[in-house]
Design a protein around this ligand. Structure first.
Ligand code: ATP
Ligand code: MG
Length: 138
């Protein structure tokens, strides 16, 4: 069993479709073992996305991620990190596979509905960033 950190992004909460995203996650067999709705501050979003701090899109990414609440969640399942990336689809929804969350719901490369950890190491860091042990259902 593996865990990954998922974020349902502001474009989804603003459109009231976080439940539809959760349905796709659950239908794919991943289990939501922790979940909360939060409004990120700019400094929290900057810290979370520190790997992208030198990219041209960093400021707009932080602005977007703080523009509305997000649902942060821990997903568990076999090979959860890679499996969730597959269910999410490519960063750019225009090239994401049919049936993926981003192909179905994302509006653009930046308003792309979900985040998922990109490796088991990132997952560990990202889960620890948002959740304490007591908030995660064993
Ligand atoms: P995420 O980390 O959100 O799961 P990802 O791993 O598919 O997405 P990254 O390369 O880590 O993509 O980029 C992080 C986020 O930054 C993307 O999800 C997207 O919202 C935004 N982003 C990435 N590339 C661009 C770009 N060229 N223009 C605008 N925004 C971008
Ligand atoms: Mg990423």
């Amino acid at each position: 069993m593996e865990r990954t950190l998922s974020i349902i992004k502001p474009d989804a909460t603003a459109r009231n479709i976080s439940g539809k995203v959760n349905a796709m996650i659950e239908e794919a067999g991943l289990k939501i073992i922790a979940q909360k709705l939060i409004r990120l501050t700019a400094s929290q979003a900057e810290e979370f996305y520190q790997e992208h701090k030198d990219k041209a899109f960093f400021t707009s990414l932080v602005d977007f991620m703080t523009s509305a609440p997000v649902v942060v969640q821990v997903l568990e399942g076999e090979d959860a990190v890679a499996r969730y990336r597959k269910i999410m689809g490519a960063t750019n929804p225009a090239v994401a596979e049919e049936g993926t969350i981003r192909r179905t719901f994302a509006l653009s490369i930046d308003k792309n509905t979900v985040h998922g950890s990109d490796s088991p190491e990132s997952a560990k860091r990202e889960i620890g960033f948002f959740f304490s042990k007591i908030e995660i259902c064993e």
